[in-house]
Design a protein around this ligand. Sequence first.
Ligand SMILES: *[C@@H]1O[C@H](CO)[C@@H](O)[C@H](O)[C@H]1NC(C)=O
Ligand SMILES: *[C@@H]1O[C@H](CO)[C@@H](O)[C@H](O)[C@H]1NC(C)=O
Ligand SMILES: *[C@@H]1O[C@H](CO)[C@@H](O)[C@H](O)[C@H]1NC(C)=O
Ligand SMILES: [Cu+2]
Length: 678
Amino acid sequence: MHGEAAMASSTLMLFFFLSSFFTFSPIPCLGRYHPLDPLTPSEFTQVRTIVKKSYPSSIHNLTFQYIALDEPDKYIVKSWLSKTNSKPETLPRRALVITRLDKHSHEIVVDLSTHSVVSDKVYAGHGYPLLTMDEQTVASELPLSYKPFINSVKKRGLNLSEVVCTTFSVGWFGEEHNKRVIKILCYYIEGTPNLYMRPLEGISLVVDLDELKIAEYYDRDRIPLPKAQGTEYRLSKQKPPFGPKFNGFTTVQPDGPGFKIDGHTISWANWVFHLGFDVRAGPVISTASIYDLEKATYRQVLYRSFISELFVPYMDPTEEWYYKTFFDAGEFGFGQSAVPLEPLTDCPENAVFMDAYYASSDGTPVKITNAFCIFEQHAGSALWRHTEIAIPGELITEVRPEVNLIVRMVSTVGNYDYVLDWEFKPSGSIKFGVGLTGILEVKGAPYTHSDQIKEDAYGTLLADYTIGVYHDHFLTYYLDLDVDGEANSFVKNNLVTKRVTDHSSPRKSYWTVVSETAKTESDAKIQLGLKPADLVLINPNKKTKPGNNIGYRLIPGSISNPLLSHDDYPQIRGAFTNYNVWVTPYNKSEKWAGGQFVDQSRGDDTLATWSLRNREIENKDIVLWYTMGFHHVPCQEDFPVMPTLSSGFELRPTNFFESNPVLKAKPPRHEHLPNCTK
Ligand SMILES: *[C@@H]1O[C@H](CO)[C@@H](O)[C@H](O)[C@H]1NC(C)=O
Ligand SMILES: *[C@@H]1O[C@H](CO)[C@@H](O)[C@H](O)[C@H]1NC(C)=O
Ligand SMILES: *[C@@H]1O[C@H](CO)[C@@H](O)[C@H](O)[C@H]1NC(C)=O
Ligand SMILES: [Cu+2]
């Protein structure tokens, strides 16, 4: 963590915290510790020691595929939060460890307070755990010392020292038996760092991950190598002309940052929430509550939210490409793929940064420096406004400036970069932003002009010998809302056209709201874009003074439904994208929409299969799952690196407050006078 907020001494922090306590009492958490804090480096080391004691390396082949906090039960977290002076030592601290142990997957629960293994189960189902960075690195270097591969490179007249290989999960296509393997494809970096644009198309390898040995090798086609020319993206290597040019810009916060970070708890304006990290999900936002000025108390909104899965199927069914149907969270780890943020470009100058940690495959902690940035964004837009011109002799203009708090992480999964934002608005909205940028995955093809393409090329010709292959990105968010309490219901407020038939009005039609409360899971499966409706999570046990249901509604973002057929293997594994919206009863072990073991999974442990139980969801602790999708038809502007494509969705209070919660928002102080007519 860097920046002013972090430099404050802990006494000073306590003072800040107490002062906010007195302004906004009662603040729902006070103190540095939180039961949902991610594992610390020393806790990772402890876990490693405890597991290695059971399985000494002299006798066992042991790798750690996933280590994370085994989150305490919700009631423990809630009861801890309700006490302002809980001691950290009263918190349960457990870790969930997934290992590969002598070619089996184990799920081990470790208790950190008793230094013991609580349970150890061999996983007998389909699929394999998260791929570690370490095994992928070793696997991708194997070809460089593999004779047949070296010969193939020579035969093409290429230099081995310019070859870089990377790893691709293999998926599942109906095979009865699968070993834990990974595909390796290689690229040429002569004259460019943009390896993805220069595939050695036609060469592929399969590596057995438990043996870390090459299991299969193919050199099938000879396709021209795309040129390095035009693929460079480093500014230092570009040649004139340059442009467009931008003038300098500063953000000044004369009163300092308006938020406080205490451990992993962030409080800002009327919000307080916890920011965690998971090697698989990346950012995890928990126990978000908003202060209600009228009720003079914090009210619960979101218990826990994270990106549960990201499904990215490519649309080329040919031998070299068909398997490319990635699950970026469950296979590659959205957290594991987090990259250090660049101050002043990834985040504005007023941002504060935070590090994150995960465990390497031998269990030692790995630090991601500046994995998160947290900043206030003065949007230069109106939070609300009105100009009143109807009153004779009087002109009223009231405008409140919009200020938001953003938590950002960037996850670079191989070629693609995902910019992930959690944006808190003082109006009570939480916006979930995603920006897609980075480099396309391209296929080498023997074309230099689209006229030469006679059959389906499965993509767009971007440059000589370079096809940007069609694909999708489906991001599935886990949203455990607890709207003003745990027991919630899911309501579809359908907007329905009514005909006026009795000549009571000159009008022939109007629309009205017909509400429908989802009783069971099947009532809540929704493909968006078909019927207009407000989708609201309400607390059926509470009402506003005028009698409306207290709620939060989902304002969807980019709406895309899967186009693969439902019996296609990737879609069976990615069946959780068949609907944009699902609601399930809260179950601590149902977190990963694609299943716990996603690599080579068979779709038997997904949100879609859990939901077949059709459980009751009315007036229960429920979880909302939302999938935001993008169909990506690559275009030339995406080459050689893609300008950010932004989208997002919003959770917005709906009859949650008695009236506009930012009516009395106090504008910030400004240092500079504006440049306008006075
Ligand atoms: C291979 O690399 C060496 C050293 O960088 C260079 O001298 C040689 O010309 C390269 N050969 C080819 C075929 O690019
Ligand atoms: C670990 O795996 C490697 C590769 O399969 C094998 O050669 C070695 O004997 C194994 N070690 C133990 C302790 O089982
Ligand atoms: C929670 O989910 C798991 C996995 O779907 C299931 O096996 C278990 O029975 C569920 N528990 C309850 C109480 O429904
Ligand atoms: Cu894309």
